[in-house]
Design a protein around this ligand. Structure first.
Ligand SMILES: Cc1cc2nc3c(=O)[nH]c(=O)nc-3n(C[C@H](O)[C@H](O)[C@H](O)COP(=O)(O)OP(=O)(O)OC[C@H]3O[C@@H](n4cnc5c(N)ncnc54)[C@H](O)[C@@H]3O)c2cc1C
Length: 384
């Protein structure tokens, strides 16, 4: 099959929406609701298996990796149909869209082996970037990787790693002293979390869920073919990934926020009528986010990515999500604080989770620095 045979994005969206409607009864068990993190991941892995077997999540991945071809826009179309149908977009999509893309780009042979397992939910990956002393200043990380015969050995500690305690692999950025200096001394490795010397400890977030973990590497062996993009190339791998973390990440969130805003209007019409200004602001934020995300998806599909421009998407998703979940909190009060029904639990979760959005994937301040320096060309502080 040539690329010319790839079904257009609009047709995939239409066909998938029909399939979702036809299978609505069977899909109820995957409804978007507040679950413990462990339950959510287990349910979503089941959904991932189903969508992979039915072929829907094969769209947007190369045929060599078990996909059906197409671009990130095909994947976005599938996520949107799920979100609008009130089905939870699998939590693990965040990692898939970031690390999966990077492996596909920098290590296609490894992707052919591992991507089908990742997309179908057979394996879970975690992003091992942050460390106790290295968050915004990622280049100062200390976890080491060193050659040992025909393999490598990783030693150190990561923190705040989403899915860490449930993951099979860590996509870990490491310091590789013998590969170079500064940023060229960083190497990305896919580390098996079931290997000897790897351990994890879950961290409870303020949502009450164990969303992330500390991850410890005590001389964990890594085969040479699990070095992603070559030694000393870790910073380029990160720069590539971040376009997806800050760009693609926002798309399913905006689809879901559209649905959540509609839910709010349907469930609390009187309270919402008391906040016309906030509703208008929230809607405008959402439309701005949607338009910007569409542009980033187009750039990812046709021009190799939005580059630093993806930082704008990240700021817009933070603004829209904070606005809408605050509105949801206020109009559903006091249910949101005290209610036990699934809707109240969901608004409670969303309201609290939105506070973390301005931190992960790079804080708001870091995004503004990137926009100032790389898009607006302003001088760096202290370097005039
Ligand atoms: C819900 C959640 C999920 C996460 N998931 C992951 C994950 O899967 N994998 C992973 O590796 N990490 C993850 N993280 C960690 C996240 O990436 C870091 O918390 C984030 O990069 C900030 O780093 P830090 O916490 O060390 O804060 P710091 O870097 O210490 O920043 C503290 C404050 O100083 C500000 N600041 C720092 N440097 C500058 C600067 N140069 N200019 C202006 N202001 C600055 C920051 O904006 C912030 O307000 C997650 C975090 C959260 C909250």
């Amino acid at each position: 099959m040539s690329d010319d045979d790839i079904t257009p994005v609009e047709d995939v969206a239409r066909e998938f929406a029909t399939w979702v409607r036809d299978n609505a009864d069977a899909l109820v068990r995957y409804r978007d609701e507040a679950r413990s993190f462990e339950d959510a991941v287990a349910v979503h892995r089941e959904l991932q298996r189903l969508l992979w077997d039915e072929g829907w999540t094969r769209w947007g991945w190369p045929r060599a990796s078990g996909g059906r071809g197409g671009s990130v826009r095909h994947r976005a179309a599938v996520y949107e149909v799920l979100a609008l149908a009130d089905i939870g977009v699998p939590e693990t999509f965040q990692i898939l869209e970031v690390a999966g893309e990077a492996v596909q780009h920098f290590a296609p042979e490894l992707a052919a082996e591992l991507l089908p397992r990742l997309v179908s939910g057979a394996d879970v990956w975690s992003l091992g970037l942050s460390e106790p002393e290295a968050g915004s200043d990622l280049a100062s990380l200390r976890t080491r990787i060193a050659p040992a015969g025909d393999r490598y050995v990783v030693t150190g500690a990561k923190t705040w790693n989403g899915f860490g305690h449930l993951a099979d692999y860590s996509f870990a950025l490491c310091r590789d002293e013998s590969a170079g200096e500064g940023r060229t001394a960083l190497t990305m490795a896919l580390v098996d979390l079931h290997a000897t010397g790897a351990s994890t400890r879950p961290i409870r977030a303020m949502t009450g869920r164990n969303e992330f973990a500390e991850v410890f590497f005590d001389d964990v062996e890594v085969p040479a073919e699990r070095i992603i993009g070559g030694r000393g190339n870790g910073w380029n791998v990160i720069a590539y990934m971040m376009q997806f973390e800050r760009g693609t990440y926002a798309w399913p969130r905006q689809s879901r926020l559209h649905r959540r805003l509609d839910d709010l209007l349907a469930r609390y019409p009187r309270s919402m009528a008391a906040h016309p200004g906030r509703l208008g602001e929230a809607y405008l934020d959402l439309v701005a986010l949607r338009l910007k995300c569409r542009e980033s998806l187009r750039a990812l599909a046709t021009e190799g990515g939005p580059g630093p421009n993806a930082s704008v998407d990240k700021l817009l998703v933070v603004r829209a999500e904070t606005e809408i979940t605050s509105l949801g909190h206020d109009v559903s009060f006091p249910d949101v604080e005290l209610g036990e029904d699934p809707d109240a639990a969901m608004w409670r979760h969303d309201y609290v989770y939105a506070r973390a959005l301005s931190i992960f994937g790079g804080t708001n301040e870091i995004q503004k620095n990137i926009i100032a320096e790389k898009i607006l060309g302003l001088p760096r502080e202290g370097r005039r």
